[in-house]
Design a protein around this ligand. Sequence first.
Ligand code: NAD
Ligand code: MG
Length: 286
Amino acid sequence: MAQSIPPQSQDHQPGVERLLQPQAEHIRADYRGSGKLKGRRALITGGDSGIGRAVALHFAREGADVAIVYLEEKEDAQETVRLIEAEGAKALAIRGDVSRSETCDAAVARTVEAFGGLDVVVNNAGVQYVSEDLTDIDDATWQRHMDVNINGYFYIARAALPHLGKGSAIINTSSINAFAGNKALVAYSTTKAAELGFTRALALQLAERNIRVNAVAPGPIWTPLQPASWGPIDPQAVADLGKDTPLGRIGQPSEMGPAYVYLASNDASYVTGQTVHVNGGMIVNG
Ligand code: NAD
Ligand code: MG
């Protein structure tokens, strides 16, 4: 059953794993890899923590080498590297801001150099700032959402594309909020919907090269983003996350990882331009 989450807040975004109460689960101890990503080389933005760390650990357990990009959370990045290496995979941590195209170009170049190529790209770095009223969103906050959540996905995909061959995959982390909206997350929801348009159009463009492009739309998941975005507005809202889903609880990052394994692997060889919903049972349109 669900572990209860006490009211809490982190006063800085990105948040960090160390302060989460309780700690999150990133991969189940009984998750067994079966070489689904053997020999693949992956790059995951925001791979230091939360959903990105879960994806990194699942990919590593399935046999991939994994590079992660993080903004500034060195401790989380180092721990993720340690955990990837413990799976017997190669790891690389790259610090930088994905809202700058130079960062994304360099991240791809460093990954290709370290691993000898690139096969799987996961766009996952994101920001989320809560505003109850549209008139409270200042220019810089609106722009930051666009710069990180939309431009960052574009810059990473554009940099990666020349290196991707047949059978490669791009996976974009969207959100339930792209479908359901969220009245306190207008800027964020806008970006998460834009990522879906990006996913669908790019999937069409790359289909003839047999490069698949899909999205994952998480529901409420227990990651540092939650106390760092909702916490400063209302610590109780953090404790209540997920209670209104059909399954009645927040999800763990460990419940996200397998969806990314599916989309990255040959199991999804006939799947492109789609969205996989992992959200505790919420029914969504589109
Ligand atoms: P998280 O804080 O663990 O991960 C977000 C990561 O983005 C951070 O680790 C940070 O290093 C990185 N990041 C932020 N700005 C960056 C920048 N400018 N350059 C480089 N990296 C940057 O939180 P998370 O919840 O795992 O978020 C991962 C993704 O999942 C986000 O795209 C988020 O929108 C999406 N998502 C999360 C939830 C949820 O409930 N947690 C639900 C739906 C979608
Ligand atoms: Mg982080």
